[in-house]
Design a protein around this ligand. Sequence first.
Ligand SMILES: Cc1cc2nc3c(=O)[nH]c(=O)nc-3n(C[C@H](O)[C@H](O)[C@H](O)COP(=O)(O)O)c2cc1C
Length: 416
Amino acid sequence: MVWPLWLPILLRSSRTSATDWTRVTQRPRIFLTEDAKRLAKKRLPRMIFDFFEGAAGREVGAGRNEARFDDITLQPRAMADVGKRSLATRFLGVEYGLPLGIAPMGMCNLACPRGDALIARTATDRNVPVCLSSAGSSSLEDMRRWSGDLTWFQLYFGHTARASFGAAERARDAGYDTLILTIDVPEVSRRTRDQQNGFSLPFRLTPRAFLDFALHPRWSISTLVHGVPEPRNFATESKGFDRKASRAGADWAFLQELRERWSGKLIVKGITSPVDAVRVQGLGVDAVYVSNHGGRQLDSAPPAIDLLPIIRSAVGPDYPLLFDSGIRNGEDVVKALALGADFVMLGRPTLYALAAAGGAGLQSLMQCFAEDIDLVMAQIGVSRIEDITDQVLFTPCAQAAHHAATHQAIPASTDT
Ligand SMILES: Cc1cc2nc3c(=O)[nH]c(=O)nc-3n(C[C@H](O)[C@H](O)[C@H](O)COP(=O)(O)O)c2cc1C
C-alpha cells in the first residue's frame, strides 16, 4: 500500500495520537453492541467499517438475521430458586467460561492495531475459544502462542485439496486440536459496499481511499505505526492467500479425506440445510456450525436462527451444534441455546468493540454479554446453561397446551 506522503510528518508531529488510542481504550462506554458499532463507525475509515458491516447484495439477509431475534420471546418464571447460577459450558469435552466464543474473521487487525492479540487476551481472560481465520492477519503460530488451547483454526478449501491439507498440517504442527472447515464460500460473493468503496487487499490508494484515510488520521497513523495488516496464513504453498479465490471445487470426497487426515476435532461451518447437516454428521465430523456467514454470501439465505430448530431436529438431540449470524446481545445467545445450539459464536460485534476501544472495548462487550446471559437466566428461572431448552421460549400455543396437560382444567378465577 502506498501511504500519503504527509503521514510521516503527521506521525512526527502527533506522537500523542498513539497514546490517545491507548487512553481512549481505558474507559469505553460500551453497554450494547450498538454503542460499539456507533463508536467504530466514527473511528474507522468508511472503507474498513463497510468491509466489516457489509454483506451480500442489498444486505436484506444480514438485516433479517438480526431482526428475527426480536420476534422470539422468552417466558419469565418466578420463585425458581436461581440464587446460584453458572455460565460454565461444556462443548466438545472442554469446559468454557461462557457459552460464547469468537467466530473466525479475516483481517481483524484492521479494527485496531494488534486486534488478533487483543482478541486472544480477552479469550484467555474469559476462558472462551477463539477461531483464527485462514484470512487472518496474524500467523496461526502466533495466535496459538497467544491463546493456547483456546485457539481454533478455520480452514477454507484452497485452490486444490492438496493445498488445504497442507494448511491443516501446518495447523496440526502448530499444536491446534480444533479445525473448522468453512464450506459456504464456493465463490466470494459480491459485497456491494466493497465494490463501491474500491476495497481490496492489499489496499489500492485511490483518491477516494486517500481522502477516507486522511479523514481518520488516528486509525491511519496507528495502523502505519504497527504495520499495515495483511493476510498471514497461506492456503497454498506457492502463492499468498487469495481471499477471492474460487473454492467451488470442494466436494464431499474432500471432506471425507480431511476427516481421515485430521485426528483432532473437526467442525463444519456454514451449514444451512438439514440434508447437508445429516451428511456432515454421517462423515464423522464432530460438530455442525449453523451459520449463513452473517448474510455475507447469499442475500436471500433464510435467517440463520430459523434454521437452528430444523437442523437440531434433523441431527437429533445429542449431536453438537454451534451457531452464529445475528447474535448481538446475551438474550440472543440464550435464544440460540433454547432453539438447539450447544455453543454460540460472536462475529461483527467483536470487530466493532475492538475498533471502538481496543482490548478494553472487547472486554467491556464480553462483560455485557456475560451479565446479560446471567441476568436473563435469573429471569427465566434457569441456573445452568445446560438447562436452557425450548421450554424457556414463549410460544402461546405450546404454553396453553402445556398448561392444559399439567392441570387438566384451568382453575376458575376467585377474583370477582
Ligand atoms: C469482516 C468479516 C470477515 C469474516 N471472515 C471470515 C472468514 O475468514 N472465515 C469464516 O469462516 N467466516 C468469516 N466471517 C463470518 C463470521 O465467521 C460469522 O459467520 C459472521 O460474522 C456471523 O454473522 P454476524 O457477524 O452478523 O453475527 C467473516 C465475517 C466478517 C464480518
